[in-house]
Design a protein around this ligand. Structure first.
Ligand SMILES: [Zn+2]
Length: 59
């Protein structure tokens, strides 16, 4: 199995990591019923609705 000839320096490692290991902020959408920020394809935590239907009964 081939083995790297030389150890990669700190700068090379940082460059590779900054290019390939970026994490994106989680996706979010706005509830069409109450306008609260929620995860897409998830029940709204504020009003408990999903697709015009009450899934979680909230007071
Ligand atoms: Zn909502």
């Amino acid at each position: 199995m081939p083995v790297p000839k030389q150890k990669k320096g700190r700068g090379a490692v940082h460059t590779r990591r900054s290019a390939n290991m970026k994490i994106d902020a989680p996706a979010r959408s706005v509830c069409p019923r109450c306008g609260a920020v929620k995860l897409p394809h998830h029940v709204c935590g504020n009003c408990g609705f999903y697709k015009d239907r009450e899934v979680i009964v909230t007071e």
